[in-house]
Write a protein that binds this ligand. Sequence first.
Ligand code: FAD
Ligand code: NAP
Ligand code: SF4
Length: 677
Amino acid sequence: MATHPKYPLVFTPLDLGFTRLKNRILMGSMHTGLEDIEGGFERMAAFFAERAKGGVGMIITGGIAPNHEAGGGGKLSTPEEAAQHRIVTEAVHAADPDVKIVMQILHAGPLAGTPACVAPSAIRSRIGRHVPNELDADGIEKQLADFANCAAQAKAAGYDGVEIIGSAGYLLSTFLVEKTNTRTDEWGGSFENRMRFPVEVIRRCRAAVGDNFIIVFRIPAMDMLEGGMSGDEVIQLAKAVEAAGATIISTHFTWHEAQVPTIATMVPRAAFAEVTGRIRRHVSVPMITSNRINMPDVAEAVLAAGHADLVSMARPMLADADLVKKAWEGREDEINTCIACNQACLDHTFTGKLTSCLVNPRACNETLMPVVPATRPRDLAVVGAGPAGLAFAVEAAQRGHKVTIYDAASEIGGQFNLAKRVPGKEEFHETLRYFNRMIAKLGIRLLLNTRADADMLAAAGHDEVIVATGIRPRVPDLPGIDHPKAVAYIDAILGRKPIGRRVAIMGAGGIGFDVATLITHAGPSAAVDIPTFCREWGVDFVNHPRGGVTGVEMHIEKADREVVILQRSEGSPGRSLGRTTGWTHRLSLLRRGVKLLGGVTYLKIDDEGLHCQVNGEPRLFEVDTVIICAGQLPERDLYDALVARWVKAHVIGGAFEAAELDAKRAIAQATELALAC
Ligand code: FAD
Ligand code: NAP
Ligand code: SF4
């Protein structure tokens, strides 16, 4: 096969001896929640088949438990359960016989969420619900047999392999570190003993499935915990994993209880790849690296640097099923890039909702949201080029409608143009690049610097108007709200008004936190600079101290500002932030000295500052600036005017409902409407 001109390494097949991977990009394992619901296997089949058609070389499913005590959603231990999995494997192989589908075996150990959960020692995880039951000799034997049985059932179900997860604070990894393994028998004590169980799991699985079956082992390459594994121990484990019969070693970074962000948007792209590269020098089986690799050029660079043989992209495959195909065809500017927000994937997983994607709400909903050509193509006007209007326009144009977008601003993006200025949200540029490209490709008429009104739209003769005019910031009714000290968040973000040294932020929603991040920031953004990220989060990729964490006081460059974030409601500010990312935002602001205060009643703003009442006591915040981040109201005058004129109109995004609006809801609502009209 000819070498690919732009991504020669990505598109070099990998020979595994008994089989071959057609390229170097695999879809990493993600729990979707489909494993747990009625009809879930059919939906999973459609989800994975779409990714197989999209060109990925290998797919690894979400975690499947080998037995009841392993917890998790789906389980595979019986031939009846294997028959259900066949729905998935057959769909993937039918979509492309060259694509490998590998099932992850996940034994959650102390994180299994059941009182029957087990572990090497009866030590509760910081984030576990139960104290696990300590495994005795018979218990250990049972777990080993269950792993082997699960692997054999996976083979019977038509999978090309299994991935065994040996990281993240799940069962296998709890054997590896002294913090969770205090045993004194042959399964604890020395590192040789502590790694015996994971290694034996591989040996048993290999014996159960024979030679010609892929076994991927996910190694805790850097567990991000004080007292975690040392670099030497990781290498020792990798060698033992290879000797025990693993076909491929995959590197995983972090335990779930660690307090270092490893995949959120403030993590630099491919930050962890060099850790994989160091381990790779000590083994001869291929190695997979992962984490924040979201575009093909990043994957190519990682391979070119010799950091890995294969690159895992998990969330990017939610965002765009055709990512690999688009890279192959030189259409990478059409990739809908994962922005690492976690809002519709991991946040959903950890709150018991089905996984999907903020930028692609069809992910995991393929059977419910089919894309079919419009039966009656129409002339549609979209007013507002924020996320809602853009998502509608692209989806509707793809279905064959004639679309015109009007926006009063000089560029598309709406509030994403504010979001992209916040350090840590650099990926938002990618979403705007994607929409700009799709507007050009689909021939959507784009009228910028054009404020649309009902007269103009009625005269233009469109069949229907989609009003996506967004929001207007709420202005609290407060004496002194027009004082020069009071600054609207839009003016603060755009730098249109000066911000003083002492600042009170009124409102502790996502925007209040983002504004605090922006105005306390100095130096390079940690999200685009690996050394800064390491300094800010106390990580050492080079020397690999235990767990990869230095344990020393972290160094954060910050602006010379005193900032307090306030909210009226009681309780800790920041509750509305994302489940899996909120803690990172809170922690990094606290480290910059930002104060958070709830239970505040605002009284007035004057030359002295912001006057409030806190716990019934008067309190003056002597600040130079009060930035108003007090939520938003729908901007729907245009919609009302159109309805009054009997123009057929729809309203979406912030214009529909501003309360608790985020881009996830705006894009999902827009996409649903575009697929229905
Ligand atoms: P908007 O983005 O507000 O777009 C409305 C558009 O309509 C604007 O471009 C405006 O110019 C145009 N318009 C209005 N009236 C007219 C008219 N009459 N004629 C022509 N054009 C008109 N959400 C998340 O999910 N995750 C985040 O991390 C996140 N971070 C954010 C950070 C910041 C700093 C801000 C401000 C917002 C953030 N959001 C985030 C919120 C998110 O941006 C909004 O939910 C989303 O933009 C709403 O989309 P929309 O299309 O409804 O409206
Ligand atoms: P928000 O989350 O609704 O927060 C608004 C804040 O204003 C709250 O703290 C609220 O708390 C306060 N408030 C409401 N009414 C007020 C009033 N009359 N006077 C004074 N304070 C008032 O909204 P937002 O911060 O504007 O963000 C908008 C949307 O963008 C959010 O829904 C969010 O999902 C999204 N966003 C997300 C992120 C992210 O990282 N995921 C980042 C930015 C924005 P009290 O009522 O307790 O005072
Ligand atoms: Fe990526 Fe956000 Fe989509 Fe998750 S929800 S896949 S993090 S863009």
